[in-house]
Design a protein around this ligand. Structure first.
Ligand code: RI2
Length: 311
């Protein structure tokens, strides 16, 4: 299981970052792993697949996009006719391509929709680094909008720096603030835009730690708060009453070599209630968080059918 354990380690260590990159790194590793399979029959191959899936699922807890993508592969290879490893490899490769292709179309549509809300003179605040949000900003810039983005540094691992570098490269006016300065700057901004790691059946959004405080500051200042995300991040387990698990990371990220005896809490994400979200920009359009389940059912019915168990 070298390919998947290697990928799982890179994901865990944050060498691969962001829900989308994590999902595609996991799919790629799984496809490569199956290519190396020496299993002789269907049952043995599915056993290997299940083992690989468990290793990847365990790499980071709050990654429903990765889980949905892997379940999609599993569903498709379960349904299809194939006899040899060679046939399976070709099939699995094509399924991964299909998923990537549908994702790319979704991402383009999201960027098109979101970019319409960013015109010249707009000041946008964003938190952390989201490839969906960056794509939308780049498109708005390409379309000629001259706007400004305020990026939070995003403690403890400073993903805001990734965002800042990307935006500067795209020729977007960018400034950075520390996370605790959000409320001091919120009145300067016209809207807040963030990405998502997970969306629940209630329309709540799980994103980088601190997002819910940004949302509260925006709510207090009556500034619109948008979430830009593919519906592939919907977690079907939440329909069955389960809470999205929030990954707890090592305290070393907060303070390496901290004094002994100091307890450090380091949750990677928090939950932003739907009441603080003005709109979700997704492949089904600009929607209210209240209609999330309906949108997922329309666009990806398989997520609801395949994703009912936690394995
Ligand atoms: P895209 C990131 O989590 C951030 O919370 C970001 O908003 C989210 O993933 C979505 O990113 P982390 O992996 O899928 O940095 O839009 O912990 O790239």
């Amino acid at each position: 299981m070298k390919k998947v354990t290697g990928a799982a380690d890179r994901i865990r260590r944050l060498e691969v970052q962001g829900a989308t990159n994590v999902a595609f790194a996991a799919v790629e590793a799984l496809v490569e792993q199956m290519k190396e399979s020496k299993a002789r029959d269907r049952a043995a191959i599915f056993e290997e697949f299940a083992e690989a899936k468990q290793i990847l699922f365990a790499s980071r807890e709050t990654e429903p996009f990765m889980r949905n993508a892997i379940r999609f592969l599993e569903w498709k290879i379960t349904e299809a006719e194939w006899n040899t490893n060679r046939e399976l490899n070709e099939l699995i490769h094509n399924i991964a391509e299909e998923l990537l292709d549908s994702f790319m179309k979704a991402r383009q549509r999201i960027a098109e929709i979101g970019a319409k809300r960013i015109s010249s003179g707009t000041c946008v605040l964003t938190h952390c680094h989201s490839s969906a949000v960056s794509t939308m900003f780049r498109l708005a810039r390409e379309r000629g909008a001259d706007f400004e983005v305020i990026v939070t540094e995003t403690r403890p691992v400073y993903q805001g720096r990734i965002t800042a570098k990307e935006l500067l490269e795209a020729g977007i006016r960018t400034s950075m603030i520390v996370d605790s300065a959000v409320r001091s700057f919120i009145k300067r901004v016209d809207l807040v835009v963030v990405g998502a790691d997970a969306i629940t059946s209630e329309g709540n959004v799980i994103n980088k730690i601190g997002t819910s405080m940004v949302a509260m500051a925006a709510h207090e200042a009556r500034i619109p708060f948008y979430v830009v995300t593919e519906l592939l991040k919907f977690d079907p387990q939440t329909i069955h009453g389960e809470y999205e698990a929030i990954e707890e990371r090592s305290g070393d990220e907060v303070w390496p070599n901290a004094p002994g005896g100091l307890a450090i809490m380091n949750p990677a994400f928090d939950v932003t209630r739907r009441d603080h979200i003005h709109g979700i920009v997704c492949e089904e359009g600009f929607i209210s968080p209240h209609s999330i389940l309906e949108a997922v059912r329309r666009r990806y019915p398989w997520i609801l059918e395949q994703g009912v168990s936690s394995t």
